[in-house]
Design a protein around this ligand. Structure first.
Ligand SMILES: *Cc1c(COP(=O)(O)O)cnc(C)c1O
Length: 305
């Protein structure tokens, strides 16, 4: 990965190589921390745009609230810190990673008096599932791992430790030669990718799993706004595994994965491979995030270089 110069750490900028923590950091041991993934895109001339910044910061605070972590900053302060981190590092396009974690102190599970730290890093980052995947679709596999049950992990929080489940699913899929895993929920219905939400197109209608076991993505929310604008029905409902196999189209959404078509699931080719609706949504998304669509311009926080 490409490094940048500074990381915002508890209110100050420190050099990338100096942003270090103690090995007894509580979050390192037990996974209780929350994070976000945000993208900044190059817009026109000397402007870049951070996409849906306030929604991401809001979700960071909601994640923290769900797991009972008190973030020692205000939302507005972190929004400004994110903008400044992008600016000071001159990252015109890339990925932003804010993380809230529990520092060292008590090592027991009940360690709510330990200090809460916040860090923000940014780096240039291309496509998550590859240029080729973005263009021609990826090959996915239904995972042997289940998505978290709603009352073992609370899915609406983006919690560090939850990603052990995602990493195991991703590892299994990659090692079997696939690009990404699709996880089912504890009732056997389609949940989401390892780090992306999923949409299915069948007979010009669109379906996506309801916000039960999934992390309700911001990209998912934006895509649902597009469907509304295009007057295409998009319904949140349980989706079965075999519905994926016989879908006309399927695609993944996420800040990292953007809009990625799925061309094959478990060795079955999806639809006729034209990705008509997927491409329309993908094109719209790239126009919107680059500030080329007036209707969505208020979702962008511009950074001047
Ligand atoms: C972050 C994430 C997503 C996508 O959310 P966005 O807000 O669109 O980036 C989907 N699923 C999981 C499990 C995630 O962690």
């Amino acid at each position: 990965m490409e490094r940048t110069e500074y990381i915002w750490f508890d209110g100050k900028f420190v050099r990338w190589e100096d942003a270090k923590i103690h090995v007894l950091t509580h979050t390192l041991h037990y996974g209780l921390g929350v994070f976000e993934g945000i993208r900044v895109y190059e817009c026109e001339k000397n402007l870049s745009g951070i996409f849906c910044l306030s929604w991401h910061v809001q979700r960071l605070f909601e994640s923290a609230k769900i797991v009972g972590i008190k973030i020692p900053f205000e939302e507005k302060e972190l929004e400004n810190a994110i903008v400044e981190t992008v600016r000071i590092n001159s990252v015109r396009a890339g990925y932003i990673r804010p993380i809230v974690f529990i520092g060292d102190g008590d090592m027991g599970l009940y360690a709510y008096t330990n200090p809460v730290h916040v860090a923000i890093a940014v780096w240039p980052w291309g496509t998550y599932l590859g240029e080729e995947g973005l263009k021609n679709g990826i090959r996915a596999k239904i995972s042997s791992f289940q998505r978290h049950y709603v009352n073992s992990s609370m899915a609406k929080a983006k919690v560090c430790g939850y990603y052990v489940n995602s990493i195991l699913a991703k590892k299994e899929a990659k090692e079997l030669g696939y690009d990404e895993a699709i996880l089912l929920d504890s009732n056997g219905f389609v949940s989401e990718g390892a780090g992306e939400n999923i949409f299915v197109v069948k007979d010009s209608k669109v379906f996506t799993p309801p916000p039960k076991s999934i992390l309700p993505g911001i990209t998912r929310r934006v895509v649902m706004m597009f469907f509304k604008e295009f007057q295409i029905d998009c319904v949140e409902r349980d989706i079965t595994r075999d519905e994926l196999y016989i879908a006309d189209e399927a695609f993944l959404t996420g800040t990292a994965a953007e809009i990625t078509p799925i061309r094959e699931i478990d060795g079955r080719k999806i639809g006729n491979g034209d990705f008509k609706i997927t491409r329309m949504i993908q094109q719209k998304y790239f126009n919107v995030v680059r500030g080329k669509d007036e209707k969505y311009i208020n979702l962008i926080s511009f950074v001047k270089f």
